[in-house]
Design a protein around this ligand. Structure first.
Ligand code: 6XA
Ligand code: ZN
Length: 343
């Protein structure tokens, strides 16, 4: 399968994030994608290609114009305010309940209005990397539209936590939601399967009121897992979207057997939806030795995951999301792709 990759992500290299009351070393780092790229080539998954430039119009189909404009200028505004050598932009104040957000205020008020956590720093290279990731997603989508059975958007920053007008969870723009909307705009019917350890709150929110895009997610129960506020089983969609959102929150230490049952439930729902394209938010942080997660999938399980997705028999776009064990990440990512190709 064709793999879309751009080296522009290398300039988005957050050194640290604010977590647990202290600055901790960042886990969403450039080495993630670089290692997977090397493994993709080593195991002959497919050619690695540069993305085409789709501009910002496809992103504007799912994101608020104010968020897109803000992300484009945030780094400059931050350094104008705090000095040229200021470290990454991280908010220190949010509009709490009863305080109104300021989309048009100073850099701190706009940052606190659009960001929902302290884990998603904006650096000089963040915006270009974000746009390159969106272009990888859209290039993979175009590849599928022109007849390919699958494609892999090997890009970072990830996207599934970014909502229409909020960013967070290492995500700025929602790559997979933008690609899904692009498919809708081509007259297609997409279903999204999110297998990242974390609930894809951004993707869910973007399509929550719509019945033309199915969203199914398996993830650590938000009762104990990030993003804490969304991802519960009773979130089933609203209005025309009622029934087009399926959350399968799973307990701590979930291993393959339990995971596979939930996956089968999601796959049955997807088949019943009758999609003509599947988009997979491929997070690998379900791995047993992931540094920030609490599931127990083992390396060979990822081959089975790929095979099960392939059994749907639909064109499939894989979108890289989380996964932070640098020693295993490349192997398990490519296991999914290899399992799919064999399936
Ligand atoms: C922030 C944790 C962000 C989780 C990011 C992730 N402390 N999402 O992997 O899928
Ligand atoms: Zn994740």
């Amino acid at each position: 399968m064709k793999v879309f990759y751009s080296p522009v992500h290398l300039d988005h290299a957050p050194p640290e994030e604010f977590e647990g009351g202290r600055m901790t070393p960042a886990v969403e780092v450039p080495a993630r994608v670089e290692r997977v790229k090397a493994e993709v080539l080593r195991r002959g998954i497919g050619p690695v290609a540069a993305p085409a430039d789709f501009g910002l119009a496809p992103a504007a189909r799912v994101h608020d114009a104010g968020l897109v404009t803000f992300l484009g200028e945030a780094s400059d505004l931050w350094r104008r305010h705090y000095g040229e050598d200021a470290p990454a932009a991280i908010p220190s104040a949010w509009p709490g309940r009863g305080m109104r957000g300021r989309f048009d205020g100073d850099i701190e008020s706009r940052l606190g209005t659009y960001a929902f956590d302290t884990a998603t720093p904006i650096l000089k290279g963040t915006w270009d990397a974000t746009r390159a990731a969106v272009n990888c997603a859209l290039s993979a989508a175009a590849e599928i539209k022109s007849g390919a059975r699958s494609a892999f958007a090997l890009a970072r920053p990830p996207g599934h936590h970014a909502g229409a007008d909020v960013f967070g969870g290492y995500c700025y723009l929602n790559n997979i939601a933008i690609a899904a909307q692009w498919f809708v705009d081509q007259g297609m019917r997409p279903a999204i399967l999110d297998v990242d350890y974390h609930h894809g709150n951004g993707t869910q929110s973007i399509f929550y009121g719509r019945g033309d895009v199915l969203f199914c997610s398996l993830h650590g129960d938000p009762a104990f897992a990030y993003p804490h506020f969304l991802g519960f089983a009773d979130e089933t969609g609203a209005g025309r979207g009622e029934g087009a959102n399926l959350n399968l929150p799973l307990p701590m230490y979930t291993a393959w057997d339990r995971y596979a049952e939930a996956l089968d439930t999601a796959l049955r729902r997807i088949a019943a939806f009758g999609p003509d394209v599947i988009l997979v938010s491929l997070g690998l942080d379900t791995f047993e030795a992931d540094p920030i997660s609490k599931f127990r999938l083992a390396a060979p399980d990822y081959l089975r995951l790929g095979e099960k997705i392939a059994a749907l028999g639909k064109p499939t776009l894989f979108q890289f999301e989380g996964g932070y064990n640098l020693d295993a990440l490349a192997e398990i990512t490519v296991n999914v792709l290899e399992g799919f190709e064999a399936g």
